[in-house]
Design a protein around this ligand. Sequence first.
Ligand SMILES: Nc1ncnc2c1ncn2[C@@H]1O[C@H](COP(=O)(O)OP(=O)(O)OP(=O)(O)O)[C@@H](O)[C@H]1O
Length: 305
Amino acid sequence: MKLEVRDIRKSFGDTEVLHGISFEVENGRALGLLGRNGAGKTTTIRVLMDVFRPNAGEVLMDGKKFVPKDYKIGYLPEERGLYPKKKVLEQMVYLANLRGMGTREARRSGKEWLERLEIGEYADRKLETLSKGNQQKVQLAQTLICNPDIIILDEPFSGLDPVNSQILKDVVREQIGLSRLVIFSSHQMGYVEEFCEEIAIINHGEIVLNGNLKQIKHEAGQNRLTLSAVNYRPEALAERITEKFAELVKVVQVRKEYLILEGACSDAKKQLLAALSQSDIDVAQVGNYEPSLNDIFVAKAGDEA
Ligand SMILES: Nc1ncnc2c1ncn2[C@@H]1O[C@H](COP(=O)(O)OP(=O)(O)OP(=O)(O)O)[C@@H](O)[C@H]1O
Protein backbone atom coordinates (compact mmCIF):
# COMPACT_ATOMS: atom_id res chain seq x y z
CA MET A 1 0.00 0.00 0.00
CA LYS A 2 1.29 3.41 -0.90
CA LEU A 3 -0.58 6.52 0.12
CA GLU A 4 0.21 9.71 -1.76
CA VAL A 5 -0.89 13.17 -0.80
CA ARG A 6 -0.47 15.42 -3.83
CA ASP A 7 -0.42 19.18 -3.79
CA ILE A 8 -3.30 19.66 -1.37
CA ARG A 9 -4.64 23.16 -0.95
CA LYS A 10 -7.30 24.04 1.58
CA SER A 11 -8.92 27.36 2.38
CA PHE A 12 -11.34 28.40 5.10
CA GLY A 13 -13.23 31.38 3.69
CA ASP A 14 -10.64 33.61 2.04
CA THR A 15 -7.75 32.20 4.02
CA GLU A 16 -5.68 29.45 2.51
CA VAL A 17 -4.17 27.33 5.31
CA LEU A 18 -2.64 24.51 3.24
CA HIS A 19 -0.58 25.75 0.32
CA GLY A 20 0.19 22.59 -1.62
CA ILE A 21 0.97 19.74 0.76
CA SER A 22 2.61 16.65 -0.76
CA PHE A 23 4.10 13.53 0.82
CA GLU A 24 3.86 9.78 0.54
CA VAL A 25 4.02 6.82 2.88
CA GLU A 26 4.03 3.04 2.43
CA ASN A 27 2.84 0.22 4.65
CA GLY A 28 5.42 -1.12 7.10
CA ARG A 29 6.53 2.43 7.75
CA ALA A 30 5.52 5.31 9.91
CA LEU A 31 5.37 8.86 8.73
CA GLY A 32 5.70 11.57 11.36
CA LEU A 33 3.82 14.70 10.40
CA LEU A 34 5.50 17.46 12.35
CA GLY A 35 4.71 21.08 12.82
CA ARG A 36 4.14 23.84 15.33
CA ASN A 37 0.68 24.69 16.62
CA GLY A 38 -1.49 25.87 13.78
CA ALA A 39 0.91 24.66 11.08
CA GLY A 40 -1.79 22.58 9.35
CA LYS A 41 -1.27 19.00 10.60
CA THR A 42 -4.86 18.37 11.68
CA THR A 43 -6.28 20.00 8.55
CA THR A 44 -4.03 17.76 6.41
CA ILE A 45 -5.21 14.66 8.28
CA ARG A 46 -8.84 15.74 7.93
CA VAL A 47 -8.42 16.17 4.18
CA LEU A 48 -6.82 12.73 4.07
CA MET A 49 -9.75 11.25 5.99
CA ASP A 50 -12.25 13.00 3.74
CA VAL A 51 -13.61 15.07 6.62
CA PHE A 52 -12.66 18.18 4.63
CA ARG A 53 -12.75 18.56 0.87
CA PRO A 54 -9.55 20.12 -0.43
CA ASN A 55 -9.76 23.13 -2.77
CA ALA A 56 -7.13 21.50 -4.96
CA GLY A 57 -4.95 18.41 -5.01
CA GLU A 58 -5.68 14.75 -4.45
CA VAL A 59 -5.05 11.80 -2.16
CA LEU A 60 -4.17 8.52 -3.89
CA MET A 61 -3.80 4.94 -2.71
CA ASP A 62 -1.66 2.83 -5.03
CA GLY A 63 -2.27 5.37 -7.77
CA LYS A 64 -6.09 5.51 -7.44
CA LYS A 65 -8.32 7.97 -5.59
CA PHE A 66 -8.20 7.15 -1.89
CA VAL A 67 -11.65 6.46 -0.47
CA PRO A 68 -11.24 6.02 3.32
CA LYS A 69 -14.44 3.97 3.75
CA ASP A 70 -13.03 1.25 1.47
CA TYR A 71 -10.24 0.50 3.97
CA LYS A 72 -9.94 -0.64 7.56
CA ILE A 73 -8.69 2.57 9.14
CA GLY A 74 -7.95 3.30 12.76
CA TYR A 75 -8.29 7.07 13.09
CA LEU A 76 -7.60 8.85 16.34
CA PRO A 77 -8.98 12.34 15.76
CA GLU A 78 -7.68 15.40 17.56
CA GLU A 79 -11.10 16.02 19.06
CA ARG A 80 -11.64 12.83 21.01
CA GLY A 81 -15.18 11.67 20.35
CA LEU A 82 -16.31 9.26 23.05
CA TYR A 83 -19.37 9.43 25.30
CA PRO A 84 -18.44 10.49 28.85
CA LYS A 85 -21.60 9.00 30.44
CA LYS A 86 -21.39 5.58 28.81
CA LYS A 87 -19.46 2.56 30.00
CA VAL A 88 -16.07 2.00 28.39
CA LEU A 89 -16.40 -1.41 26.72
CA GLU A 90 -20.10 -0.94 25.97
CA GLN A 91 -19.46 2.16 23.87
CA MET A 92 -16.42 0.62 22.22
CA VAL A 93 -18.59 -2.27 21.04
CA TYR A 94 -21.34 0.12 19.96
CA LEU A 95 -18.90 2.23 17.90
CA ALA A 96 -17.27 -0.87 16.41
CA ASN A 97 -20.76 -2.11 15.40
CA LEU A 98 -21.28 1.16 13.56
CA ARG A 99 -18.10 0.43 11.66
CA GLY A 100 -19.46 -2.95 10.63
CA MET A 101 -17.81 -5.17 13.23
CA GLY A 102 -19.83 -7.96 14.87
CA THR A 103 -20.64 -7.66 18.60
CA ARG A 104 -18.85 -10.80 19.74
CA GLU A 105 -15.65 -9.96 17.84
CA ALA A 106 -15.81 -6.32 18.99
CA ARG A 107 -16.13 -7.40 22.65
CA ARG A 108 -13.20 -9.80 22.32
CA SER A 109 -10.93 -7.34 20.52
CA GLY A 110 -12.03 -4.41 22.72
CA LYS A 111 -11.23 -6.34 25.90
CA GLU A 112 -7.90 -7.44 24.47
CA TRP A 113 -6.88 -3.86 23.65
CA LEU A 114 -8.00 -2.56 27.03
CA GLU A 115 -5.86 -5.26 28.71
CA ARG A 116 -2.95 -4.51 26.40
CA LEU A 117 -3.11 -0.83 27.30
CA GLU A 118 -3.35 -1.80 30.98
CA ILE A 119 -6.86 -0.43 31.54
CA GLY A 120 -8.80 -3.71 31.45
CA GLU A 121 -10.12 -3.08 34.97
CA TYR A 122 -12.08 -0.04 33.72
CA ALA A 123 -14.07 -1.91 31.06
CA ASP A 124 -17.35 -1.53 32.96
CA ARG A 125 -16.79 1.96 34.34
CA LYS A 126 -18.31 5.13 32.91
CA LEU A 127 -15.73 6.89 30.75
CA GLU A 128 -15.98 10.17 32.68
CA THR A 129 -14.80 8.47 35.87
CA LEU A 130 -11.41 7.69 34.29
CA SER A 131 -8.40 10.01 34.38
CA LYS A 132 -7.62 12.02 31.24
CA GLY A 133 -4.69 9.77 30.32
CA ASN A 134 -6.79 6.63 30.74
CA GLN A 135 -9.59 8.15 28.65
CA GLN A 136 -6.98 8.78 25.99
CA LYS A 137 -5.99 5.11 26.17
CA VAL A 138 -9.63 4.06 25.75
CA GLN A 139 -9.71 6.20 22.63
CA LEU A 140 -6.59 4.42 21.39
CA ALA A 141 -8.10 1.02 22.11
CA GLN A 142 -11.13 2.17 20.12
CA THR A 143 -8.87 3.23 17.24
CA LEU A 144 -7.24 -0.20 17.08
CA ILE A 145 -10.25 -2.39 17.82
CA CYS A 146 -10.95 -3.24 14.17
CA ASN A 147 -7.41 -4.42 13.46
CA PRO A 148 -6.84 -1.59 10.98
CA ASP A 149 -4.48 -1.68 7.99
CA ILE A 150 -4.06 2.08 8.09
CA ILE A 151 -3.52 3.88 11.38
CA ILE A 152 -3.81 7.66 11.57
CA LEU A 153 -3.14 9.22 14.93
CA ASP A 154 -3.51 12.94 15.53
CA GLU A 155 -1.34 13.91 18.52
CA PRO A 156 -1.59 10.47 20.15
CA PHE A 157 0.85 11.27 22.94
CA SER A 158 -0.98 14.28 24.32
CA GLY A 159 -2.02 13.69 27.91
CA LEU A 160 0.04 10.52 28.38
CA ASP A 161 2.64 10.20 31.13
CA PRO A 162 6.06 8.64 30.30
CA VAL A 163 4.98 5.09 31.20
CA ASN A 164 1.86 5.29 29.06
CA SER A 165 3.81 6.96 26.26
CA GLN A 166 6.12 3.95 26.33
CA ILE A 167 3.14 1.59 26.06
CA LEU A 168 1.86 3.55 23.07
CA LYS A 169 5.33 3.56 21.48
CA ASP A 170 5.50 -0.23 21.84
CA VAL A 171 2.06 -0.60 20.27
CA VAL A 172 2.94 1.67 17.34
CA ARG A 173 6.22 -0.18 16.79
CA GLU A 174 4.37 -3.49 16.81
CA GLN A 175 1.85 -2.17 14.28
CA ILE A 176 4.65 -1.02 11.98
CA GLY A 177 6.17 -4.52 12.32
CA LEU A 178 2.80 -5.95 11.26
CA SER A 179 3.19 -3.98 8.04
CA ARG A 180 0.53 -1.40 8.82
CA LEU A 181 0.66 2.04 7.26
CA VAL A 182 1.04 4.52 10.11
CA ILE A 183 0.77 8.30 10.04
CA PHE A 184 0.85 10.40 13.12
CA SER A 185 1.12 14.05 13.90
CA SER A 186 3.10 15.45 16.74
CA HIS A 187 5.21 18.31 17.91
CA GLN A 188 7.08 16.02 20.31
CA MET A 189 10.23 15.26 18.38
CA GLY A 190 11.55 12.52 20.67
CA TYR A 191 8.68 10.14 19.91
CA VAL A 192 8.88 10.73 16.21
CA GLU A 193 12.62 10.23 16.16
CA GLU A 194 12.33 6.86 17.84
CA PHE A 195 10.26 5.03 15.27
CA CYS A 196 9.55 7.11 12.20
CA GLU A 197 11.56 6.32 9.12
CA GLU A 198 9.91 9.12 7.21
CA ILE A 199 9.08 12.64 8.28
CA ALA A 200 7.24 15.58 6.80
CA ILE A 201 7.61 18.94 8.50
CA ILE A 202 4.77 21.39 7.88
CA ASN A 203 5.31 25.06 8.52
CA HIS A 204 2.60 27.66 7.86
CA GLY A 205 0.73 25.24 5.60
CA GLU A 206 3.75 24.20 3.54
CA ILE A 207 5.99 21.16 3.60
CA VAL A 208 9.43 22.49 4.42
CA LEU A 209 11.16 19.12 4.71
CA ASN A 210 10.13 15.63 3.70
CA GLY A 211 11.94 12.33 3.35
CA ASN A 212 13.83 9.58 5.06
CA LEU A 213 14.88 10.70 8.54
CA LYS A 214 18.27 8.96 8.48
CA GLN A 215 19.13 10.52 5.15
CA ILE A 216 17.91 13.94 6.25
CA LYS A 217 20.09 13.71 9.37
CA HIS A 218 23.05 12.56 7.36
CA GLU A 219 22.71 15.44 4.92
CA ALA A 220 22.14 18.01 7.66
CA GLY A 221 25.26 16.76 9.48
CA GLN A 222 27.49 16.50 6.43
CA ASN A 223 30.78 18.29 6.81
CA ARG A 224 29.94 19.29 10.35
CA LEU A 225 31.94 18.44 13.46
CA THR A 226 31.73 18.89 17.18
CA LEU A 227 34.71 20.12 19.16
CA SER A 228 35.43 20.76 22.80
CA ALA A 229 38.69 21.61 24.58
CA VAL A 230 40.10 21.00 28.03
CA ASN A 231 41.60 24.49 28.36
CA TYR A 232 38.92 26.66 26.68
CA ARG A 233 35.24 27.07 27.49
CA PRO A 234 33.08 26.91 24.33
CA GLU A 235 32.72 30.72 23.91
CA ALA A 236 36.47 31.29 24.18
CA LEU A 237 37.14 28.28 21.98
CA ALA A 238 34.82 29.69 19.32
CA GLU A 239 36.82 32.94 19.29
CA ARG A 240 40.12 31.11 19.13
CA ILE A 241 38.97 28.83 16.29
CA THR A 242 37.65 31.79 14.29
CA GLU A 243 40.88 33.68 14.89
CA LYS A 244 43.20 30.85 13.87
CA PHE A 245 41.35 28.50 11.54
CA ALA A 246 38.72 30.60 9.72
CA GLU A 247 39.87 29.36 6.31
CA LEU A 248 39.35 25.75 7.46
CA VAL A 249 36.17 25.80 9.53
CA LYS A 250 33.29 28.09 10.44
CA VAL A 251 31.69 28.10 13.91
CA VAL A 252 28.02 27.29 13.29
CA GLN A 253 26.83 27.11 16.88
CA VAL A 254 28.19 27.44 20.41
CA ARG A 255 26.58 24.79 22.64
CA LYS A 256 26.86 24.56 26.41
CA GLU A 257 29.63 21.96 26.30
CA TYR A 258 30.95 22.06 22.74
CA LEU A 259 31.04 23.84 19.38
CA ILE A 260 29.46 22.81 16.10
CA LEU A 261 31.79 23.58 13.21
CA GLU A 262 31.32 23.41 9.48
CA GLY A 263 34.28 22.40 7.35
CA ALA A 264 35.21 24.49 4.33
CA CYS A 265 36.26 21.37 2.40
CA SER A 266 35.71 17.60 2.59
CA ASP A 267 38.91 16.82 4.51
CA ALA A 268 38.57 19.82 6.86
CA LYS A 269 38.31 17.50 9.87
CA LYS A 270 41.66 15.88 9.10
CA GLN A 271 43.32 19.20 8.45
CA LEU A 272 41.82 20.73 11.57
CA LEU A 273 43.03 17.86 13.77
CA ALA A 274 46.55 18.23 12.41
CA ALA A 275 46.45 21.99 12.91
CA LEU A 276 45.01 21.68 16.43
CA SER A 277 47.82 19.36 17.51
CA GLN A 278 50.27 22.20 16.66
CA SER A 279 48.21 24.78 18.57
CA ASP A 280 47.65 25.69 22.22
CA ILE A 281 44.16 24.12 22.09
CA ASP A 282 44.05 20.93 24.18
CA VAL A 283 41.28 18.90 22.44
CA ALA A 284 38.85 17.11 24.79
CA GLN A 285 36.52 15.73 22.13
CA VAL A 286 36.13 15.90 18.39
CA GLY A 287 33.48 14.04 16.42
CA ASN A 288 31.08 14.01 13.51
CA TYR A 289 27.97 16.03 14.19
CA GLU A 290 24.59 14.36 13.74
CA PRO A 291 21.71 16.74 14.35
CA SER A 292 18.75 15.65 16.45
CA LEU A 293 15.31 15.87 14.91
CA ASN A 294 14.69 18.78 17.25
CA ASP A 295 17.70 20.64 15.75
CA ILE A 296 16.35 19.98 12.27
CA PHE A 297 12.84 21.02 13.25
CA VAL A 298 14.07 24.26 14.82
CA ALA A 299 16.15 25.04 11.75
CA LYS A 300 13.15 24.46 9.45
CA ALA A 301 10.20 25.59 11.52
CA GLY A 302 12.02 28.38 13.29
CA ASP A 303 11.40 27.80 16.98
CA GLU A 304 11.74 25.31 19.83
CA ALA A 305 9.21 22.50 19.63
N1 LIG B 1 -12.66 24.70 10.66
C1 LIG B 1 -11.79 25.70 10.54
N2 LIG B 1 -12.20 26.94 10.20
C2 LIG B 1 -11.33 27.96 10.05
N3 LIG B 1 -9.99 27.85 10.23
C3 LIG B 1 -9.53 26.65 10.57
C4 LIG B 1 -10.39 25.50 10.76
N4 LIG B 1 -9.62 24.44 11.09
C5 LIG B 1 -8.34 24.90 11.14
N5 LIG B 1 -8.28 26.21 10.82
C6 LIG B 1 -7.05 27.03 10.74
O1 LIG B 1 -6.12 26.33 9.93
C7 LIG B 1 -4.79 26.50 10.44
C8 LIG B 1 -4.17 25.11 10.64
O2 LIG B 1 -4.83 24.49 11.75
P1 LIG B 1 -4.56 22.96 12.16
O3 LIG B 1 -5.53 22.62 13.23
O4 LIG B 1 -4.52 22.14 10.94
O5 LIG B 1 -3.08 23.06 12.76
P2 LIG B 1 -2.24 21.97 13.59
O6 LIG B 1 -0.90 21.93 12.93
O7 LIG B 1 -2.98 20.71 13.67
O8 LIG B 1 -2.13 22.68 15.00
P3 LIG B 1 -2.11 22.08 16.51
O9 LIG B 1 -0.76 21.45 16.71
O10 LIG B 1 -2.28 23.32 17.32
O11 LIG B 1 -3.25 21.12 16.63
C9 LIG B 1 -4.91 27.34 11.69
O12 LIG B 1 -4.60 28.66 11.36
C10 LIG B 1 -6.38 27.19 12.09
O13 LIG B 1 -6.82 28.33 12.77
